[in-house]
Design a binder for this molecule. Structure first.
Ligand code: BG6
Length: 536
């Protein structure tokens, strides 16, 4: 397929396995999915729609049941109606009441921290399993407040709902983030769930790992021979990882967010995972153990910071009141559920290093924030500049304004405009030796012209198939916390920040520029990054 891009770049896709539609990846075991927090936002917006798409794509087994559980009293019918409506909105077309996913839904009111309610749930699960002839394979999805994780897991085991690992029928538990609030609580959480679950039964979900473009980081690095030799301190000058959002506290997230802040909400999990994938060594095999071993090594090589390091290498921010299209935009402290004197950070920039042979001395610059100028997630590698100023000398000899040699950039765009671009210098047409920067741009949507599965679809299917490669292991979580907790410890010793310190819909606090070292270093403009790869 040839797809001519408006920029003049064309991408040809040579299908490795011919043009035949690939075989459907299917979860084959008949099973029961139990969702705790079944009336919540995640179930409505992500989980049930993901099951719907999997069903549509033929990826679910012939026999299965979904049992939703939360505190609200509701009949099966009321739950089906609510989910059918939510699904129709999400999918953008009416979903019939007799759709297999809607028909598979059941509801059991109760709270997972109540042992009695758990026994009732068990009776319900067994009744549904016998009615639908399901053998007892069970996936429990904990989409609840983190403080409930240990007690729900304990009650599940006490009620006899967890099968021993590696037996003929399986039990798996998906735990939503955050996995702990700091290093200590993360270790405690791991210890308490490990009392009743084997590590092979725990699926810690990080939805960034389900994104197609995030998985493509590994294909790009280890499926090609030409880029990987450049991925090290000899060629890479610095790496910028940006996850910027325009969202503020929509969806009443203020109360939760005020206890977390961007560093816990985005950096400890999603950004640490992006860092791992861009920095890790090739795994010995593409399986859960080997991939997670390599990611763990990257996190281990992140050196925890002293308070002095934290002062030098981090910048935090909080958005204040602003204006957009003539409308006042609330500042963070005015948002619902947020303490009016809050010093929770809604923006953070961190400069760190990965102390490995490959990356010694290369700054990794991470930034994330709410209410920034655009929504964009990307990893940008800046390469070293050419070793001598050859063209600059020619230009000045011929009396032209000299152009400084520039760095090449390789940008992996996670979202939006998913793709990869590579910029390099090129001779401008004409009699003089003048150089311009040009960009080669690969766009996922244009090259493949097919729907990418949503992150939750991919991850749910993997969990149903027992593939944990895209889930995080306890050692990864702990190493990530070891690093992140050192930042919080440092902030606790520094004078309190002067917040708010950035306007909504900007690139964050000016102060972040001080993390850039060297005369040519600069943060990539967020709005500009969001436009790149987009329609021209
Ligand atoms: C979630 C965070 O994990 O990720 C949210 O809790 C954030 O605060 C979201 O908005 C961003 O996800 P995505 O897929 O929209 O980049």
């Amino acid at each position: 397929m040839d797809a001519a891009a408006p920029t003049g770049v064309s991408v040809r896709v040579d299908r490795q396995n011919g043009n035949a539609a690939p075989a459907i990846v299917q979860a084959k075991d008949p099973m029961t999915i139990v969702i705790f927090g079944a009336s919540g936002d995640l179930a409505k917006r992500k989980l049930i729609p993901a099951l719907y798409q999997l069903q549509e794509g033929g990826a679910l087994p012939e026999r299965y049941a979904v049992i939703g559980s939360s505190r609200t009293a509701m009949t099966d019918e009321a739950y089906r109606d609510a989910m059918q409506q939510a699904l129709s909105e999400r999918v953008g077309k009416p979903v019939a009441a007799d759709h297999p996913v809607v028909q598979a839904l059941h509801y059991q009111a109760g709270s997972g921290d109540d042992p009695e309610a758990m026994r009732e749930l068990k009776a319900r699960i067994e009744a549904v399993e016998s009615e639908r002839q399901l053998p007892g394979n069970r996936l429990f999805y904990l989409s609840v407040a983190p403080k409930l994780f240990p007690v729900i897991v304990k009650n599940l085991a006490a009620a006899g709902l967890i099968h021993p690992p590696h037996g003929p029928v399986w039990s798996r538990v998906i735990i939503e983030k955050p996995f702990g609030h700091d290093l200590k609580s993360a270790i405690e959480l791991t210890e308490s769930v490990r009392q009743v679950l084997d590590e092979s039964q725990i699926y810690r979900i990080d939805h960034y790992l389900g994104k197609e473009t995030v998985q493509n980081i590994l294909s790009f690095r280890f499926g090609n021979a030409i880029f990987e030799p450049l991925f090290n301190h000899r060629y890479v000058d610095s790496v910028q990882i940006t996850v910027a959002e325009t969202l503020g506290m929509e969806g009443n997230r203020g109360a939760y967010y005020d206890t977390a802040g961007v560093t816990r909400d985005m950096v400890q999990n999603h950004m640490m995972q992006l860092l791992c994938l861009i920095a890790m060594e090739p795994p010995a095999a593409m399986d859960a153990r080997a991939v997670r071993d390599e990611k763990g090594k990257v996190l281990r090589a992140l050196v925890p910071m002293s308070p002095q390091d934290v002062a030098e290498n981090t910048v935090r921010g909080q958005y204040g009141v602003g204006e957009q299209d003539g409308q006042i935009v609330k500042g963070y402290r005015q948002e619902n559920g947020v303490d009016p004197h809050s010093i929770t950070e809604t923006y953070v920039a961190i400069r760190t290093k990965i102390e490995t042979w490959r990356w010694a001395g290369v700054p990794f610059l991470l930034r994330s924030g709410k209410r920034l100028s655009a929504q964009v997630s990307e990893i940008a590698l800046r390469f070293r500049r050419p070793p001598m100023l050859l063209f600059k000398e020619i230009a000045s000899r011929e009396g032209f304004e000299a152009r400084e040699p520039r760095s090449n950039w390789l940008v992996l765009r996670i979202q939006p405009h998913e793709g990869i671009s590579l910029s390099f210098a090129c001779k401008r047409p004409g009699m003089q030796m003048l150089l311009d920067d040009v960009t080669m741009d690969f766009k996922y949507g244009q090259a493949f012209q097919q729907r990418s599965p949503e992150a939750y679809e991919r991850l749910l299917l993997d969990a149903l198939r027992g593939d944990a490669s895209l889930f995080t292991r306890s050692d990864e979580v702990e190493y990530a916390w070891r690093f992140i907790s050192s930042i919080f410890d440092g902030w606790a010793e520094l004078p309190p920040p002067t917040f708010p310190n950035y306007y909504p819909f900007t690139d964050g606090p000016e102060e972040a520029t001080r993390l850039m070292l060297g005369p040519y270093a600069h943060w990539r403009g967020i709005a500009e990054a969001a436009r790149s790869g987009g329609p021209c």
